[in-house]
Design a protein around this ligand. Structure first.
Ligand code: FMN
Length: 173
């Protein structure tokens, strides 16, 4: 199963459009997909204590644990991913151990393309995740209303998914 994790809390999110395109492409390939949207299923702030027991945290932890790979879609905020995905990782911690993780970002401008590296480093160093060496970074011109704008961004979505599946299939067989 591939877990698609959408991190933006914005109702008009563009990174969610990327996440949905990944999900739809995976479905078209007949792959099992689970969808988790932090805007639909809110998580408490990680307090290092009681928050771990919250129902939504337990649910996300189980999905991460049983995923062959996880595709994370996040907004770029302040040259980084948003706080919501950092919080989700804090809450689910060791469930990430050894997971294959693909990353996609929606940004306002073209200069913040290294913004996934803090999260990538922490997943690698803390949980020995294998980060897919293909990052999807999209700005305004890649979107038209609540859809992808063109074939170019669609093919970049497919590239990220294909490379993630390539690794997941090789390592889970
Ligand atoms: C608090 C905040 C910080 C932002 N920081 C950056 C930034 O550092 N670099 C950038 O390119 N865009 C930045 N943006 C623009 C967002 O990345 C852009 O609006 C993107 O579409 C957000 O993702 P979302 O639509 O999935 O929520 C920022 C937006 C907000 C609200």
């Amino acid at each position: 199963m591939i877990l698609v994790l959408s991190a933006s809390l914005n109702p008009g999110s563009r990174s969610r459009i990327l996440a949905a395109a990944c999900r739809d492409y995976l479905i078209s390939l007949d792959r099992e997909v689970q969808w988790f949207d932090l805007a639909q299923t809110p998580l408490p702030f990680c307090d290092g204590a009681a928050a771990y027991a919250a129902d939504n945290v337990v649910q996300l932890g189980k999905l991460i644990e049983s995923a062959d790979a996880i595709l994370i879609a996040s907004p770029v905020y302040n040259f980084d991913v948003n706080a919501a995905i950092k919080n989700a990782v804090e809450l689910t911690g060791k469930k990430w151990t050894g997971k294959i993780v693909g990353l996609m970002l929606a940004a306002g401008g073209s200069g913040s393309y290294m913004s996934a590296m803090g999260l990538a480093n922490s997943l690698m160093l803390d949980f020995r995740c294998l980060i897919v060496p293909r990052f999807l970074y999209a700005t305004g011109e890649s979107f038209e209303g609540n859809q992808l704008a063109d074939e170019n961004i669609q093919s970049r979505v497919e590239l990220l998914v294909n490379e993630t599946l390539h690794l997941a299939d090789a390592l889970t067989r």
